[in-house]
Ligand binder design. Structure first.
Ligand SMILES: Cc1cc2nc3c(=O)[nH]c(=O)nc-3n(C[C@H](O)[C@H](O)[C@H](O)COP(=O)(O)OP(=O)(O)OC[C@H]3O[C@@H](n4cnc5c(N)ncnc54)[C@H](O)[C@@H]3O)c2cc1C
Length: 427
């Protein structure tokens, strides 16, 4: 995907790459940067999807069109022909993901073909980008899960001190220390919750295409649109947080390259940046997705969460701890959502200032709800794994979800709260 240019990252409306008509095809000229696998020799051809502006097109994203531009031209029978007029001019040296070449590309009158309608480039690109956002989202639980497995195995072998109740001269594996166990469980449950959230978003994306009736398809499309930025951002932030905890579990060994955990931290850092930074995901959620149909879809989603909270509960319900926290957080989230919807009408800057905190509040609540739903289902089914699912749900609720109630303030404190001087930027 060739979107980014030196002056057009989050702000794709500034794209300057030009596509000029040339008979049945187009000639594409411009510079693209940070292009993943923009050039490599693992395949015979590299096919670029390039966002570009045609002569006389409107400014901003409305004037963008999408072109397919291969590294080697392809004849009608599929045979590879001459090299196209494009090249990789630079490969970036990065913090992580060293197995993925990130290239600056120069297009110098390269032959391209239009994909979709003229000036329909953003819409066409989003067909791929919505799927890509969920794919990048999966890098969050992937990093978290790998960091967890690595850290759990290390913690079972590393002997330090004595866990509560252990008498000398015995030494305990660090996994028996409550704080280490806490870190490992945060990593594990955060990965599970993110995975569930991604599945929920992906399920709605599938239902939006394949559900049997129109209404169900339309509802799922709206929910997929609403959930995609949350799933991307919350999952990838969680991946990096889990990798950081992985470093902490290994102590000094986590900070040196030899143990391998440092690589997970470096690799996990990219996912909150690419495919639309998590700050941009938060804006998309609050400014575009939340107010659709007057807030109908977010309210429907929260009503689903509420259904679980009001599930008939007995005093000895194994999920009591979860439901208690979930009810509190849901109340906070509902009130914050209404605040956001109201401010979007009257003072959108206030809503924008709290967008990232709101996304975190929504993501954490949905994560807690999904772990609870899984546990409730396992209990209702009498499934063998019910007690573990319940324990994980209760742990996440008490250790992670409960903190989310504190996000109401940063989410709903308005633009004035961040109007604090930064000092002289020329210093
Ligand atoms: C390893 C790697 C691989 C990549 N692969 C690809 C690829 O294959 N194809 C491709 O096209 N691009 C790719 N990118 C580019 C990537 O998508 C961009 O880096 C990303 O979208 C951010 O753009 P930027 O770097 O210009 O940052 P900027 O847009 O300059 O953003 C800098 C900071 O400002 C914030 N910000 C910017 N605008 C706003 C706003 N309006 N409101 C609030 N905050 C804002 C951002 O959230 C961020 O924190 C890749 C980047 C990297 C590092």
């Amino acid at each position: 995907m060739n979107l980014t240019e030196p002056d057009a990252g989050s702000d794709l409306g500034e794209i300057r790459t030009l596509a000029e008509p040339d008979g049945a095809t187009w000639r594409v000229t411009g510079t693209k940067v940070f292009i993943t696998w923009g050039e490599h020799d693992l395949t015979d051809n590299v096919v670029h999807l390039v966002l570009a502006r045609t002569p006389g097109a409107a400014p901003g994203t409305k004037g963008l069109s999408l072109f397919v531009v291969p590294k080697r031209l392809v004849s009608a029978d599929g045979a590879l022909g001459d090299a196209n007029a494009l090249s990789c001019v630079h490969v970036e040296h990065k913090l992580g993901i060293h197995g993925s070449p990130t290239c600056a590309m120069a297009f110098d009158g390269a032959v391209g073909e239009l994909v979709g309608p003229l000036h329909g480039g953003m819409r066409a690109m989003f067909t791929m980008m919505n799927a890509a956002r969920l794919s990048i989202g999966t890098q969050g639980p992937a990093v978290a899960e790998r960091a967890f497995q690595h850290a759990r195995s290390y913690a079972g072998m590393r002997l330090q001190g004595r866990a509560p109740g252990v008498a000398p001269p015995a030494r305990s594996p660090i996994v028996d220390h409550p704080d280490v166990r806490r870190m490992l469980l945060v990593m594990k449950t955060r990965a599970q919750a993110a995975r569930s959230l991604l599945f929920l978003a992906a399920t709605h994306a599938d239902r939006a295409r394949h559900a049997p009736d129109d209404d169900a398809r339309r509802r799922s499309q709206q929910l997929a649109d609403l959930l995609t930025p949350v799933a991307k951002a919350w999952s990838t932030d969680g991946g990096f947080e889990a990798a950081s905890l992985g470093v902490q579990v290994l102590g000094g060994a986590g900070y040196v390259e030899e143990a391998g955990m440092a690589q997970r931290l470096r690799d996990g850092r990219i996912a909150p940046i690419y495919e639309g930074t998590n700050g941009i995901q938060a804006l998309d959620l609050v400014v575009r997705k939340l107010p659709r149909d007057g807030g109908r879809w977010v309210r429907e989603l929260l009503a689903d969460v509420s259904d679980l909270v009001v599930h008939p509960m007995t005093d000895d319900d194994p999920l009591a701890a979860t439901l208690d926290v979930l009810a509190d957080v849901l109340g906070v989230l509902e009130a914050t959502t209404e605040w956001m919807l109201a401010r979007l009408e009257t003072s959108p800057d206030d809503a924008v200032a709290g967008a990232t905190a709101y996304l975190e509040l929504l993501g954490t609540t949905l994560g807690g709800w999904l772990l609870a739903r899984r546990a409730r289902q396992a209990l209702d089914d009498g499934a063998g794994e019910a007690s573990r699912a319940v324990a994980e749900s209760n742990f996440f609720a008490v250790q992670v979800l409960a903190r989310a109630t504190g996000l109401a303030r940063p989410a709903a404190s308005g633009a004035a709260a961040i109007a604090v001087p930064l000092g002289d930027h020329r210093a």
